[in-house]
Design a protein around this ligand. Sequence first.
Ligand SMILES: Cc1cc2nc3c(=O)[nH]c(=O)nc-3n(C[C@H](O)[C@H](O)[C@H](O)COP(=O)(O)OP(=O)(O)OC[C@H]3O[C@@H](n4cnc5c(N)ncnc54)[C@H](O)[C@@H]3O)c2cc1C
Length: 348
Amino acid sequence: MAGTGRMSETIKTDVLIIGAGPVGLFAVFELGLLDIKTHLVDILDKVGGQCAELYPEKPIYDIPGIPFITGHGLSDALMEQIKPFKPEFHLNEMVTSIENIGDPLYRVTTDGGKLFECKAIVIAAGGGSFQPKRPPINGIEPYENKSVHYAVRKMGNFRDKNLLIVGGGDSALDWTLNLAPIAKRLTLVHRRDDFRGAPDSVNKMRALVAKGAMDLKIGQVSELEGAEGKLSAVSIKGNDGAVARVEVDAMLPFFGLTMKLGPVANWGLKMEDELIEVDVSTFETNIPGIFAVGDINTYPGKLKLILSGFHEVALMAQKAHHYVHPEKKLVFQYTTSSTSLQKKLGVS
Ligand SMILES: Cc1cc2nc3c(=O)[nH]c(=O)nc-3n(C[C@H](O)[C@H](O)[C@H](O)COP(=O)(O)OP(=O)(O)OC[C@H]3O[C@@H](n4cnc5c(N)ncnc54)[C@H](O)[C@@H]3O)c2cc1C
């Protein structure tokens, strides 16, 4: 999605991690043990990457030492594990550009106008950036980011507006419940009278409809009316063929997310089939100081498994240490026996 154009003060950190999926999160741990400070940027509004977005309730059975954990559970456990290192998160932000400004020093920019300076970069971008699916409505493009929005960045922008939310999943229902109290009038449109979202949200939405606090229409948006990116009304075609016209100031379609490689392709990295090539002893890319770990990288025998990413970040951290603390000698230590590591973890 387009950025806000705002530019903020430069945030300085040792390492910037692009992607807060399971591998990006565990990178915080391995880097933290080596006294390396991290900031993480993710386009999603939550951490956990695919685990949190695509299968939060599904069980994972192949995390070593954990016989069973859900996607959501794994994200929570990783967040708990990295707490001692106080990583800073910048969610709802997509990294758009990387620039080399020193030896080694990188400037990283997001679509929300954030600027970072760091000594090394860890790309843990998984299958790329999650991007909203565009609904099949003719002529929607000119309205996008003006009066058609695929995410709610600021609820206040929708106060006292006639809103149309489209979709039947959790996002559509959650935003219906959050925005109905502040909207002038809110209409939810879904193609059938059966919702995929949590039953509790469905019940709450139906209760609002029953007391006349919002409208529910079953059908599909068939036409948009407006000019210069500003919507004025939409037509909704019911399953019986009848067309209703609803006045709207803003439309919020929630049709799920799809993964696209996105800006990673433009960063001058050596790639093969949309994946970043790495040196398997360090997980460094062809650009010194830029690493790629997890699903986004490729090497002979690569398996897109969470445990592979966990292994990769341990090796990556050893090389990143050279860039962040070139003056310090790195001594290999175990967490079970090193009091210095235990101090960093806050357990001794
Ligand atoms: C249904 C399903 C079941 C699975 N089951 C298992 C299993 O049982 N065991 C197993 O080991 N693996 C499983 N996997 C695979 C596993 O989820 C992935 O290997 C893992 O998520 C990879 O982690 P990652 O951190 O590399 O990437 P991701 O989880 O993809 O996270 C990458 C993050 O980077 C962000 N990002 C990308 N580009 C940018 C950018 N430019 N700016 C900011 N942020 C960006 C994305 O928004 C995303 O949050 C499964 C996958 C799916 C889809």
